[in-house]
Design a protein around this ligand. Structure first.
Ligand code: HOZ
Length: 457
């Protein structure tokens, strides 16, 4: 009966022929057949599923398999896929024109709303992606302080600009690869210093070694690109104090956490105010968009007011602004969304913890997809609100080193087994599981049944 219910909600009976054929063709024209490395499924050794459409909590591939979606376009689909309110806003905006490369009324509304919802920001500049947002925020911080060095954290990922591809998480480590990219010159990387997440002493040391040279400290307040890793109690507060004392700009990269952990993001949840904040896809409800903002004095260093140059034809694009405004306005007017996604997150992640507990002492993984192997104490689940990660390591995961202790072979086996049961997870250990407002108890319970089967419970 339980299995039947799962099958009705998901359907992976259609095979992967079309995805496989498209992937082969794509490899001729696109490096690795994909436009973003994770999507090639290298880390999980499977056929990448080519997606045709998504709706609510579900996603369909080109072979017509139906999955429960826990990627949600890597975060922005807080309301679920293809939410009617956002879709309608996009339709209406598109009627008036797709791009003008000129100032519009919606940009003013969007900037006003962002500054209202994130009180640490007095001003904000729209860009097109999280990569652009973090790159531009750092430039502004350097312009403002007149200093050159920055501190980032091992395993935090802030997009793919040169200076930030240093000890970075996300796709760089998905296949167990190096957290630094080829093609980044020593010159670009030399001003990027790295500290250990949750280790304030490592940050203090860098400040001590580089007096009055650090322009900014940038971090994901909840790291979500080495898997989900929570800040220890007092860590964010200590960073705040240190940056204030040292005259450095504290930047929260809320590309994943913004408007998800709370309407005002991680900074609201933890009660720590950064000087600057960066956002990405999450403010576009699915459209390509990003933004950086912060204290007026810092933002007024940006051109045309100040001398820090940054520009873009598609910045503030009317269709992206319409989508973003629709999503953020909906979230503002429906605070119950947060109760729901947090409750569903708790149900899912606590449910997985219970399964792991029950799986304690069971046999090793085998070809049937069972992943037992003494999982009681053999796995770690980190979660907060609607995001989380299952690590295949018994140790607590609180930084990059402990995240990398996860057994990637077992993660890959788990991923493949779940996919075949109709559960669409990120195809890499070091990404997050995202729960949306469209996930109900029914989807979560179906997911837990699939998970229990994987662990032989
Ligand atoms: N590394 C990205 C998420 N953290 C992957 C995004 C994508 O492939 O779309």
């Amino acid at each position: 009966m339980a299995e039947k219910q799962t099958r009705e909600m998901t359907d992976t009976s259609k095979g992967t022929q079309r995805s496989a054929a498209l992937f082969e063709e794509a490899k001729t024209y696109i490096p690795g057949g994909v436009n973003s490395p994770c999507r090639a499924y290298l880390a999980v050794q499977d056929t990448p599923r080519f997606i045709r459409r998504a709706e609510g909590a579900y996603i369909w591939d080109v072979d017509a398999n139906r999955y429960i979606d826990y990627i949600g376009s890597w975060g922005p689909m807080i309301l679920g896929n293809n939410h009617p309110v956002i879709l309608e806003a996009v339709r209406q905006a598109a009627e008036d024109g797709l791009s003008f490369g000129a100032a519009t009324e919606r940009e003013v509304q969007m900037a006003k709303l962002l500054c209202e919802l994130v009180p640490s920001m007095d001003m904000v500049r729209m860009v097109n992606s999280g990569t652009e947002a973090t790159m531009s925020a750092l430039r502004a911080a350097r312009g403002y302080t007149g200093r050159e060095k920055i501190i980032k954290f091992e395993g935090c990922y802030h997009g793919h600009s040169d200076a930030l591809l240093v000890k970075a998480g996300s796709g760089l480590i998905a296949g167990g690869g190096a957290p630094d990219s080829a093609g980044v010159t020593a010159g670009c990387a030399k001003d990027t210093l790295t500290a250990r997440f949750n280790d304030i002493a490592s940050v203090e040391q860098l400040f001590a070694d580089n007096p009055r040279q650090i322009a900014a400290v940038i971090l994901e307040p909840v790291a979500a690109n080495m898997g989900v890793v929570l800040p220890n109690e007092g860590f964010l507060e200590a960073l705040r104090r240190l940056c204030t004392a040292e005259g450095a700009v504290l930047i929260f990269d809320e590309v994943i956490t913004g408007f998800r952990l709370a309407l005002g993001g991680a900074q609201q949840l933890f009660g720590v105010e950064p000087d600057m904040t960066t956002f990405g896809k999450i403010i576009g409800g699915g459209m390509p968009v990003g933004a950086y903002g912060g204290k007026r004095a810092i933002m007024e260093t940006v051109a045309p007011v100040g001398s820090v140059y940054q520009a873009g034809t598609l910045s503030g694009n009317p269709v992206a602004m319409a989508a973003g405004l629709a999503q953020l306005t909906y979230l503002k007017e429906h605070p119950e969304v947060y109760n729901h996604i947090n409750a569903m997150g708790t149900l899912l992640f606590d449910g997985i913890r219970e399964i792991l507990s029950a799986a304690g002492g069971k046999g090793e993984g085998n070809s049937t997809g069972k992943l037992g192997s003494g999982l009681h104490g053999g796995c770690t689940v980190n979660s907060i609100g609607s995001i989380g990660s299952l690590f295949f390591t018994p140790q607590p995961v609180m930084d990059f080193a402990s995240a990398k202790a996860s057994d990637l072979t077992r993660f890959a086996a788990y991923f493949r087994a779940m996919l075949r049961k109709g559960i669409y997870l990120a195809p890499a250990q070091f990404e997050a599981v995202f729960v949306s407002a469209a996930h109900t108890k029914a989807e979560i319970e179906a997911t837990l049944r699939a998970c229990a089967e994987c662990f032989g419970v």
